[in-house]
Design a protein around this ligand. Structure first.
Ligand code: TRP
Length: 344
């Protein structure tokens, strides 16, 4: 009896434990969910604190020659999560401001210069420097460190890597990670970045990477060119002299006519190429020149099947062809296989 009474009291107080009551079950589930959420938050908090401490420790270790290689490797993995985790992103300025850290990264970079020419770079050395470059990419991607990074002229340290032409793995990896740093710089359309990159001759270096690099390097290099062209100063720079325009046009065309027909350019690369051409076609003189040198493959019916799922890219291509060939010329050519692009 006493037990029963006690049981009733417990039920009144902890009604949500009552299973026979539907509401109580819902409340119960909600409580469990809340608890789980709380636990998850606590876990995230613990992980954030742990990572924060780890980063601080690693930033000290970078300045120790014996610990440097490993510290850079672990940090590059951690900072690689910056895009997804605010707590890591917020630590990027710490990397920039920690005494000796950037100097250590630069030391890593210049230490392999002697192996660039004649090309004699080991996979290990390339990996090691690529990890340092990954850290510089974080610095280039953070809005608070991007300008100081430019003002210190640090991108220039990567230019020798972009100047290489060897297609071996160590060089390819170095090229790609170097392009990644420049790509992070141009990503947010800061005009200061363009004003830095143009006079330091990033364009011929990007063209070189498009020629020497593999598919992924080509894609990033073309992305960089496209971002530069989107700014008026960039378009003016490239169309300023016919030699410049033709140098760019030639490399873009070459990427389209892949040596292996079985392996056409990836959609991502194709998109970037089309965006570059479209932007060039905005300049009247370049537009006129494109009439003679735009690769025929862009007018072939087969190309539209590429973009079946990408209306934006298809309309870029249509706009490009309209700019270059004009509406009238186009209807004149309409036996030539262009109709498929202009339907609708
Ligand atoms: N100094 C060269 C120039 O101003 C740089 C350059 C080489 C260049 N190739 C290019 C610039 C292609 C733009 C496009 O012309």
């Amino acid at each position: 009896m006493a037990n029963l009474a006690q049981g009733a009291a417990v039920n009144r107080r902890f009604g949500f434990l009552e299973n026979s009551n539907g509401n109580a079950a819902a409340v119960n589930a909600a409580a469990a969910a809340a608890l789980q959420q709380q636990q998850q938050q606590q876990q995230t908090l613990n992980r954030d604190n742990r990572d924060r401490k780890a980063v601080e420790q690693l930033l000290v270790e970078i300045t120790d020659r014996d610990l440097r290689e490993n510290a850079i490797y672990v940090l590059s993995k951690l900072f690689g999560q910056a895009a997804k985790r605010d707590v890591i992103h917020e630590m990027i300025p710490l990397l920039w401001h920690s005494v000796g850290c950037i100097a250590a990264l630069l030391q890593e970079i210049v230490s392999i210069y002697p192996y660039l020419l004649p090309p004699n770079l080991s996979v290990g050395a390339s990996n090691r420097v690529s990890n340092a470059l990954a850290l510089l990419q974080s610095v280039a991607s953070h809005k608070d460190t991007r300008l100081p990074f430019l003002n210190a002229h640090i991108p220039l340290y990567l230019y020798p890597f972009l100047n290489t032409t060897s297609k071996t793995k160590p060089f390819e990896y170095l090229r790609l990670t170097s392009l990644g740093v420049i790509g992070a710089l141009v990503k947010d359309d800061d005009i200061e970045v363009i004003n830095f990159l143009l006079p330091t001759e990033i364009i011929p270096l990007s063209l070189r990477a498009m020629e020497a690099g593999d598919e992924l390097s080509k894609t990033v290099a073309t992305f960089i060119l496209q971002k530069i062209l989107m700014h008026d100063v960039g378009l003016e720079y490239i169309t300023h002299a016919p030699e410049r325009f033709y140098a760019v046009g030639q490399v873009l065309a070459k990427m389209l006519t892949s040596p292996n027909p079985e392996q056409p350019p990836s959609i991502r690369l194709l998109k970037n190429i089309i965006r570059c051409y479209l932007r060039l076609s905005v300049n009247p003189r370049a537009c006129e020149a494109l009439r003679d040198c735009l690769p025929g493959i862009l007018r072939e019916p087969a190309i539209s099947q590429y973009f079946r799922d990408d209306q934006g890219c298809l309309s870029s291509l249509q706009q490009l062809l309209r700019n270059v060939y004009g509406a009238r010329k186009l209807s004149f050519q309409s036996g030539g296989g262009l109709e498929h692009l202009f339907a609708g």
